[in-house]
Design a protein around this ligand. Sequence first.
Ligand SMILES: [Zn+2]
Length: 714
Amino acid sequence: MSTALYRRYRPESFADVIGQEHVTEPLMQALRSGRVNHAYLFSGPRGCGKTTSARILARCLNCEQGPTPIPCGECDSCTALARGGAGTVDVIEIDAASHGGVDDARDLRERASFGPAQSRYKIYIIDEAHMVTPQGFNALLKIVEEPPEHVKFIFATTEPEKVIGTIRSRTHHYPFRLVPPARLQDYMAELCTAEGVQVEPGVLSFVVRAGGGSVRDSLSVLDQLMAGSDAQGLTYERAAALLGFTDSELLDSAVTAFGAGDAAGVFKVIDSVIETGLDPRRFVEDLLERFRDLIVVAAAPDGAAAILRGLPGDQIERMRQQSAVFGAASLSRAADIVNAGLTEMTGATSPRVQLEIIAARVLLPAAAGEAGYAARLDRLERRLEVGGVPTGDGGAAHPVAHLPPAQPQAPAHGTVAPAPAATTEPAARAAQTRAPAEGPAPVVAESPTHHPQTAVEPVPEPAVEPTPEVVVAPEPRAPEQQAPQPQAPEEPTRPSAGGLDVEALRRSWPDVLGRIYQMRRATWTFLSEHAQVISYDGQRLVLGIATVGLANAFRVGSHAEVVRQALIDTLGVDARVEGVPHDIGSLPTGGGAQATSAPATATAPGGGGAGAPAPTAEPRQSPPPTDVGVAAPVGGPSGADWGSAGADASAAPSWATAAPAPAPQSPTSPPEPTTPREPDDSSVSADDEDIIDAGAAGPAVVERILGGTVIREE
Ligand SMILES: [Zn+2]
């Protein structure tokens, strides 16, 4: 029969005690300098080395070469007190749990008055000292207060506060701590090597968790696993099964199902937890642990491996994906719910039922409270289509509307901003050809809001002649709402809705970039340095790229596909991704669509040089015109794409529109007409130079939208 691992490897000197340097080093120093006290109190959690250290201290004190911090190991005392030694009559261990009464204390007091038999000191090690009764302590008080020269006391306890103050104040108190998991894990890896046992990755972290930071408990667990191991050594599977830890595959399925909001999947996992005989409470603990790991991974994608030591690399990679699916707010909320559920998992209710209730709560994003709302927002941003989000109507409808509009608007540009909006929709429908719509799109989205019809409908804009033509105007009301009407009350509201889309996407952009970072570093670098979100209408995401050359590079390369995939992964949105040259300095406003629009327009003019009209004139389809580089970029000049760009971000309709035939209109109208909601956009004309001053364009916008400071403009 072999002795237990923790006994076989019990440290014989302070240097071998792991994880307690804050205690062993001062003790060794005291021994070295000869400042030895007559009573010590070692406190700390169970199994962290208190009793072992007390024995080592006794060995140090009684070594023939001592007192010394490093016992010689060869003298009679040292060998007697070594592992497997016979012990000596002068080192007396008393378990206060069974000998803590007043009689035992009196007995001890009497014996202590006799000198040691063979060694330098008579040393009493009183284990579980908190179990000594008050009477016992009082009986000991005198001798601890003024002990004979040859007597030393070492009290060891898990509850130092229960040792009466008069005793405690006579001692030097050394608090032991739990051993850090990483340290313990390293130590056990050494033991396994010493024992010649193979260990699969992940097993030792199970052991450490099972041991709860106690060296003795951890070694007992390890001992048990070793006893049951075969030629393959310690396998992950067996360790998980024997220790009752949830298999990581089961946790993966659970977390993935939670992330996807797949209730059926979650309950299926719970069913298999029960079916395989796992303890539901253990499963909840493991789930909580997993959520914590995911939070760490989400917070420190690159540093996670260093923090979550002992986890296999592929596991960390999986968790990286899982955390991306959740989002920080959802993760934190899920962890809170599971944690609260864990503390409530007591009592008579069936653990299975409790587990299912916890799962239901995690799945229910509508849960009240800030966390619940944050999680819902996470989800909305990820899954809902842009347009529909706010209103709740048919988000889908909007987006659709947006897309189409592009071309017609062209005319609008210069002149009548409002018109474009209206136009767009019809246009879109009518002539899908043109991409441009975007500029208008935003508008549409906002104002028309829900009515898909709008799109169809022609928006008869006064200003814009082209529009009407294009569209067939099915519904009467459409016109009213959108274009014509100068300030319809409704419209104002809408805008915000529409605005949210781009906004939401901008807010999530860091997450998307994070995903891209994982997918393709080159694209990440490119985007983080040169790109920004200009517009998003539910189907198309337009990125403003710093220069024409870079925009072309973006178009030619595979960046767009990477971005598309990242959008799907992080937000659940499948959108066409386009890059247009864009002067970063002149960013469209972030705020609502409206704000954005304004700037765009403003820019346009600049770029165009001449008024708005000019931009319009340009063919949108053609690739980015030179001017693009200029402020105007966003809008008009660019090909269809640009037009779109303008759309979201800005009201930009005007330029977008430009390209198309409708040139005529340009001259027309000024702002007033059309768009109710966004008077600005509409009203803005190419020559409107106030925009920048008004903070609707340029650096002010950048700062407002991106929360950054413009360091330099190019
Ligand atoms: Zn010795």
